[in-house]
Design a protein around this ligand. Structure first.
Ligand SMILES: CC(=O)SCCNC(=O)CCNC(=O)[C@H](O)C(C)(C)COP(=O)(O)OP(=O)(O)OC[C@H]1O[C@@H](n2cnc3c(N)ncnc32)[C@H](O)[C@@H]1OP(=O)(O)O
Ligand SMILES: CC(C)C(=O)C(=O)O
Length: 597
């Protein structure tokens, strides 16, 4: 991608003259039809410019959460195929309240009877907590403003959000008005709000929000002019501030450009201490989260958005991603995301739209690693964390999170580690071992992990799909468990072991070798070497290279798992045995290895 710093002269914040030059990025002699179509689109910097060479936002960090306003019930709802029913609206409202949102845009009550009735039901059924302000949207038109105020009667407090479009394009094609004409609509709207509010106050505490809608397509000086004109009518004070909301109604430029514009407005708006600077980013270029975060660095106090980014076209900025981005930086978002799956289920029900499997923090697959090296690193990271917690004598949940590939602990959001590692043909030994350990308690020695992962790899290559934890366990059993193995070369029957005074262990074992029952005995410095000695007596030569054992489960039903690595007929193989008696588990592990050799 080439960058041209001098593509447009810098020095003004106003709209540039429309460039007549071609802006095709193609250098082909014969561009394709599609490439030629790019010429229909004008770069943003040739239309609007922000002159802010001393911008401060790149060097700032977000240290506290902004004020949030959830607009799911308005901007989200107006973009749905089937707008929410009252039941779905109430569920969404309750969810937003439960999560901790204190400002909730609940609709456009003058637009439809459904919206009007919903606002009335919230008020009449006393569903609005005292610390929550409902917000309602209205155009700057008298009959709509009048009806909007009627809908609010009886509310303790409310934010009336009035707007009109200010962009160069809408001034021309929708309103056919010049800047003064558009400013008149806005200031008239402000005056009408004050007029109709008089009927409700003092019972209802009204605050105002003004949006120069399509701000992202508006020259900055003009946006400043119209916002200032509205503020002059409303006359806000620090105790009764006016919310100035600067929407990227359509996201037309990169997030840095939006941040520049917000910092410019933040610095130029008069009586700034009496204003709450709000942003309302849409996601047309897929950068709404970045744009919002940079805008907050640039001076925005408040953010409007929707859960999981529902909203017009590509959606509003996602409040879940924003909140959890803060959380993952150690900042309390002021919103409770501790049951992310319940939040997701409720939102899916209300919007009748699915949340994508890869949606940040909430998608079904976002804490899952299929690929081997990721699984290996996650497994090691989780084990390291446990050791760190134990060394510090504190619970893992209080220990600073640092696990490769997992930006947050899924358990903090109510998820389990169950789905963290899933196995398919991209997986390695670490993942397979993790599943066997976490789901079934088998802690395979490292070299055995490698051997078993080859077995699983053959399976996944053959089936081509994911293999579940249950299937991994089944394969493990068929491969290693003497009772399930295909080949039963050695079957162990009754057995006894005793120790001599000198520490020598003697074993007597009933075995079936290749279908023939026999009694064998041997001695050694432990049950394993005694059993190997007994097998040598009937011509089965086994060289034990490695041995480990561990308890499989707690309590009196405890089982022991034993693993042996044996060289048999020039081949090195692992075997595993499980039994409440460790001696028997060990012998079964040897039989398992022999059956596999
Ligand atoms: C970016 C956003 O999301 S803005 C919010 C958008 N949301 C919605 O529109 C959902 C709710 N809206 C509606 O249900 C309807 O549009 C209503 C009920 C509000 C109005 O309905 P109608 O008056 O029948 O139609 P419509 O919306 O097409 O009105 C357009 C007229 O309003 C004018 N207008 C549009 N927006 C505004 C505004 N904010 N302030 C003043 N006038 C406006 C237009 O210029 C146009 O005027 P014209 O009729 O003289 O050409
Ligand atoms: C009404 C305004 C804030 C809006 O929804 C938008 O510009 O997207």
């Amino acid at each position: 991608m080439a960058v041209n710093e001098h593509a447009a002269p810098v020095g003004s914040t106003s709209q540039s003259a429309t460039s007549s030059q071609s802006n095709s990025g193609s250098t082909c002699e014969n561009p394709s039809d599609f490439a030629r179509k790019a010429r229909r689109y004008q770069p943003y910097h040739q239309q609007f410019r922000v002159n802010l060479p001393d911008r401060q936002w790149p060097d700032r960090y977000i240290e506290t959460a902004p004020a949030w306003c959830a607009v799911d019930l308005r901007d989200g709802n107006q973009a749905l195929i089937d707008p929410m029913t009252t039941e779905r609206k109430k569920r969404m409202f309750q969810l937003l309240v439960d999560m901790g949102y204190k400002e909730i845009e609940v609709g456009f009550p003058a637009a439809s009877q459904t919206d009007y009735d919903f606002v009335r039901s919230l008020i009449e059924e006393d569903l609005i907590p005292d610390d929550v302000s409902i917000q309602v949207l209205v155009q700057c038109r008298e009959h709509l403003i009048e009806r909007t105020f009627q809908s609010l009667r009886g509310a303790k407090q409310a934010i009336v959000h009035f707007y009109n479009s200010t962009s160069t394009l809408q001034r021309e094609v929708v309103f056919g008005l010049d800047k003064d004409g558009i400013t008149d609509i806005a200031t008239q709207g402000a005056r009408l709000c004050l007029k109709y509010a008089a009927d409700l106050t003092p019972e209802t505490a009204i605050r105002y929000e003004y949006s120069p809608e399509s701000y992202s397509g508006t020259e900055l000086e003009y946006a400043l002019e119209v916002c200032s004109a509205v503020a002059e009518v409303i006359k806000p004070t620090p105790e009764w501030p006016l919310i100035i909301n600067l929407p990227a109604t359509v996201e037309m430029a990169g997030p840095n450009v939006y941040a520049d514009s917000i910092e410019w407005m933040h610095r130029h708006l008069p009586n700034r201490e009496s204003l709450v600077l709000s942003v309302h980013p849409h996601n047309d270029r897929g950068c709404a989260v970045a744009a919002t975060e940079l805008a907050v660095q640039a001076g925005a106090d408040r953010v409007e958005g929707c859960l999981f980014g529902n909203g017009e076209r590509t959606g509003n900025v996602c409040l879940v991603t924003l909140g959890l981005n803060l959380f993952s930086q150690g900042i309390d978002p002021g919103i409770d995301f501790s049951d992310i799956d319940e939040i997701k289920r409720t939102v899916e029900h209300c919007n009748q739209l699915p949340v994508h499997e890869r949606h940040p923090y909430a998608g079904d697959l976002v804490y899952t690693a299929f690929s081997g090296s990721h699984q290996d690193a996650i497994k090691k990271g989780l084990e390291h964390l446990e050791r760190k917690a134990a060394d510090a004598g504190q619970p893992v949940d209080d220990t600073t999170w640092a696990v490769p590939y997992l930006p947050v602990d899924p358990r903090d959001l109510g998820r389990s580690y169950e789905a963290v590692i899933r196995v398919n043909s991209q997986s390695g030994k670490g993942g397979v071992a993790y599943v066997l350990k976490t789901e079934y308690g088998f802690d395979l020695p490292r070299r055995m992990q490698l051997e078993f992962s080859h077995v699983i790899q053959q399976h996944t290559d053959a089936v081509g799909t994911e293999v579940s934890a249950e299937a991994i366990h089944d394969i493990f059993r068929t491969e290693y468990h003497p009772d399930y193995q295909r080949q039963q070369r050695l079957v162990i029957g009754a057995q006894s072991a005793s120790s001599n005074r000198d520490g020598t262990v003697v074993v007597d074992v009933d075995v079936t070798v290749n279908g023939k029952e026999q009694k064998i005995s041997g001695s050694g410095n432990g049950p394993l070497s005694a059993f190997v000695d007994a097998l040598t007596g009937i011509g089965i030569n086994i060289d034990v290279r490695d041995y480990t054992e561990h308890a499989l489960s707690a309590g009196h039903t405890a089982q022991a798992a034993a693993y042996v690595e044996c060289a048999i007929d020039g081949q090195t193989v692992w075997g595993a045995g499980v039994h409440p008696d460790i001696v028997r588990a060990t012998m079964r592990a040897v039989a398992s290895a022999l059956n596999r050799a």
